[in-house]
Design a protein around this ligand. Structure first.
Ligand code: C2E
Ligand code: MG
Ligand code: MG
Length: 740
């Protein structure tokens, strides 16, 4: 799942990034398009300005041309004698039109001017053109009619006689500087420059910039500034040759846009070219606010999406963390659960060591005696102990209830056992505080070679732990040391149990009990035997512990109980004398809340008196069991006597003896076997007398010889059950024994 969600997140992030990139590219591209569009608009703007400039230039020059035209009739037919007078009459216009002078040239070139100057100007181009019948406005010339030779511009028109022949050339002269000043046109808020050039590139008028010097040549001027201009100038020259309008860029320190438009003057006799120029940055700065907004928008969108991606990543990381917690955290201990243990193990390179399946024997005693909260606290304490005991490169997990799993990175078995012992001690220490007895850890151990499947190893460790539950002495079992053949047989026995019960393969055998005083039968114990199909017998030692582990024993006990009741009833019906028969009850049988009612019903069903039924219960069956006293009292109040079985094995305690809910103490064979050695006899002596002081009836089990019998007689033991008198026997044999 982890891998899959990782992949999904990756995909989401990638698609978000794709969207982000698409948006950024779109915004950048559209801002590029808009910039292009703006640039075009600005160029149109430049074109408009250039055309306006051209028109203004044209209009200004045209007004002078019109003046010249209107005065031309006055100079028709003038002669050298009358010219001065005629010209004098024109002087009133000089100031109004900011002109330097008017002049008239006769065919021989002799020219007269309003300021009195006379010179031969036949060499001048404008003179020659005049005689060709063409008007002219010149570029900058050096004044020929004056000593200082100031810079001037001259506009001339031909004067015709009635026959249409040119009889003179009439013109006006501007002071170049004044002329230039008069034609100033501002463009682009003073950032633009303009100039008028002729087809050779000579600058005739320069406006708004002192970069362009009158009389200089724009082509050479611009070419000289930057070599990148070669193409631009070539284009411009071609454009001038074609007399067309067009724009482009060239470099004057920095990039400039220009637009060039032809201006037809003097009714088409002269063409000037109006060039309007603007620095690129001025032009582009007009687009800048719009572009800035676009870029800001792109930036905002990018930040927005990036923020989205970051938030998404953070959220999904949080979610993953939470999910990991749910998946891997044990809700009770807040530590690792089994899934986390597996994950930790998967990360390990070296899996050589021991997998330990651990549980706590009689853990439910804590829940029963101290309450569920105390049980939960104990689990947390155990987890804490485990966590403290773990070495680096080891792992543990809380599987469920009182079940834990460990991986201990140890090479030597002895070291492992030492560590488990230490663990057990610490757990015992905690449980003692709760004052609940019989609590201790059990371990099933599987040795990993490093190549096994973990699940497999753990389930084997669990099998070993189940075995450890049955062990009395040691609290651990190594899977590799287990009798696997026996395990398999156990499994078969378990599988066959139901069928055998239904088929009546379980037989009740009776072992008589004798009075020490009279030597007569006083009762018997019912002992189960499993009759195989082939007639052979399986003894209870083989299957009782097994069925005690899995709880099947309760059904067998009930079966035995019912069989004994029926047998007693049958004997009664046959008119025989009957004696009390004791039946063994296991711990599991005592677990059912309705156990008393059930057994009472069975007795009532059989119709016998409860006095003929006795129950044998071992100390271990009641250990830590709350309410046992009340339960036993219920049986006793029915008239059933309770025998404490196997006294002298395990942890026989005075406290149990003192519970006062037993009628009989059955001394275990292991105590009887000590008859003959002094310490054993002393102990037995005390046990018997103590039991009798507590008002208990004393039965000795496993009496096999006369020495034991004599000792027991001497010490006033009440009854004897042992091979010395009789072994457990089938019902027919027991009947004969009763008859005999
Ligand atoms: P137990 O209740 O202590 O029964 C006495 C056992 O000691 C019997 O073993 C009996 O055959 C044996 N015994 C008696 N006298 C002598 C003797 O002089 N020498 C030796 N060596 N053994 C003697 P058995 O029948 O094999 O039963 C073993 C255990 O199985 C019983 O111990 C009892 O705990 C359990 N058991 C037997 N039948 C049942 C049953 O129906 N229900 C339950 N819950 N447990 C049963
Ligand atoms: Mg018994
Ligand atoms: Mg016994």
């Amino acid at each position: 799942m982890d891998e899959r969600s990782k992949g999904e997140n990756g995909k989401k992030v990638i698609s978000m990034l794709v969207v982000l990139i698409t948006i950024v590219v779109t915004v950048l591209f559209s801002s590029y398009l808009i910039s292009k569009e703006l640039e075009q608009q600005l160029q149109h703007n430049l074109e408009d300005v250039a055309n306006q400039n051209a028109l203004a230039l044209h209009n200004k020059i045209h007004s002078n041309y019109q003046l010249l035209q209107s005065l031309s009739t006055e100079v028709q037919h003038v002669t050298p004698d009358t010219i001065d007078e005629t010209l004098q009459s024109f002087t009133i216009f000089l100031e109004d039109y900011d002109l330097k002078r008017f002049a008239y040239s006769f065919p021989d070139g002799t020219s007269y001017s309003t300021d009195g100057g006379v010179a031969n100007l036949s060499y001048r181009e404008f003179f020659k053109r005049g005689y060709e019948g063409k008007g002219t406005i010149t570029g900058i010339l050096n004044d020929a009619l004056e000593e200082h030779h100031d810079q001037v511009n001259v506009m001339t028109i031909p004067i015709y006689d009635e026959q249409g022949n040119v009889e003179g050339v009439f013109g006006l002269t501007y002071d170049s500087q004044n002329f230039n000043d008069a034609l100033q046109i501002e463009s682009f808020d003073g950032h633009g420059y303009s100039c008028a050039i002729n087809d050779e590139g000579q600058i005739l008028v320069a406006m708004g910039n002192d970069r362009f010097q009158l009389s200089e040549n724009l082509f050479t001027d611009v070419l000289g500034t930057d070599e990148r201009n070669t193409e631009a100038i070539a284009n411009l020259q071609q454009q001038i040759a074609d007399k067309s309008s067009d724009g482009g860029t060239f470099y004057l320190d920095e990039k400039h846009y220009y637009y060039c438009t032809p201006v037809k003057l003097l009714e088409g006799d002269v063409t000037w070219y109006m060039l309007t120029i603007i620095p690129a940055d001025v032009l582009e700065s007009r687009a800048a606010p719009v572009q800035q907004k676009l870029y800001l928008m792109a930036l905002a969108v990018t930040i927005f999406i990036l923020l989205g991606v970051v938030i998404f990543l953070m959220l999904s990381r949080e979610r993953k963390k939470l999910m990991r917690r749910y998946a891997y955290e044990d809700p009770l201990t807040k530590g690792a659960n089994y899934a986390k243990f597996c994950v930790d193990m998967r990360k390990k390179r070296n899996l050589q060591g021991y997998v330990v399946a651990m549980d706590i024997m009689n853990f439910n005693h804590i829940n029963i005696a101290a309450g569920k909260a105390a049980g939960d606290r104990m689990i947390c304490d155990i987890w804490q102990i485990l966590a403290e005991e773990l070495q680096p490169d080891e792992a543990a997990g809380h599987v469920r209830e009182d079940v834990f799993v460990l991986f201990l990175n140890i090479e030597e078995k002895e070291v492992l056992i030492e560590r488990l012992k230490r663990l057990s001690e610490r757990i015992n220490h905690r449980s003692k505080a709760l004052q609940v007895r019989g609590i201790h850890a059990r371990y099933g151990i599987y040795e990993m070679q490093g190549t096994e499947d973990l699940e497999d190893a753990y389930s084997k460790a669990q099998i070993a732990r189940e075995q450890a539950r049955a062990e009395r002495e040691q609290h651990y079992v190594f899977y590799h040391e287990m009798d696997h053949e026996k395990l398999q047989q156990d499994q078969q026995l378990e599988e066959r149990f139901d069928e055998a019960l239904a088929a009546g393969d379980f037989e009740v055998w009776y072992q008589p009990k004798y009075s020490v005083a009279s030597g007569e039968i006083v009762g018997s114990e019912a002992l189960v035997r499993w009759r195989e199909k082939d007639g052979s017998l399986i003894s209870p030692g083989r299957f009782i512990p097994l069925f005690e582990q899995n709880g099947m024993i309760a059904r067998l006990d009930e079966y035995m109980f019912r069989a004994v009741c029926r047998q007693q009833a049958q004997w009664l019906a046959q008119g025989r004398r009957i004696y009390p028969v004791s039946i063994n009850l296991s711990r599991a049988s005592l677990y059912y809340a309705d156990v008393v009612d059930k057994y009472q019903a069975i007795i009532q069903e059989s119709g016998i008196s409860p006095a003929y039924i006795q129950l044998e219960i071992t100390e271990s069956a009641i250990e830590g069991r709350t309410g046992i006293r009340e339960l036993l009292e219920k049986f006793r109040s029915m008239g059933i006597r309770i025998l404490m079985d196997d006294f002298g094995t395990g942890y026989s305690s005075l406290a149990t003896l003192n519970m006062r809910c037993f009628d009989t103490l059955k001394l275990d064979k292991s105590l009887i076997d000590h008859i003959g050695d002094q310490n054993g006899e002393t102990l037995l002596c005390y046990v018997i007398s103590m039991g009798q002081h507590l008002g208990l009836h004393i039965t000795a089990e496993g009496v096999e010889n006369n020495m034991q019998l004599d000792f027991l007689k001497e010490n006033h033991c009440d009854d004897i059950q042992g091979f010395l008198f009789a072994k457990p026997m089938p019902v027919e044999e027991f009947e004969q024994r009763l008859n005999g």
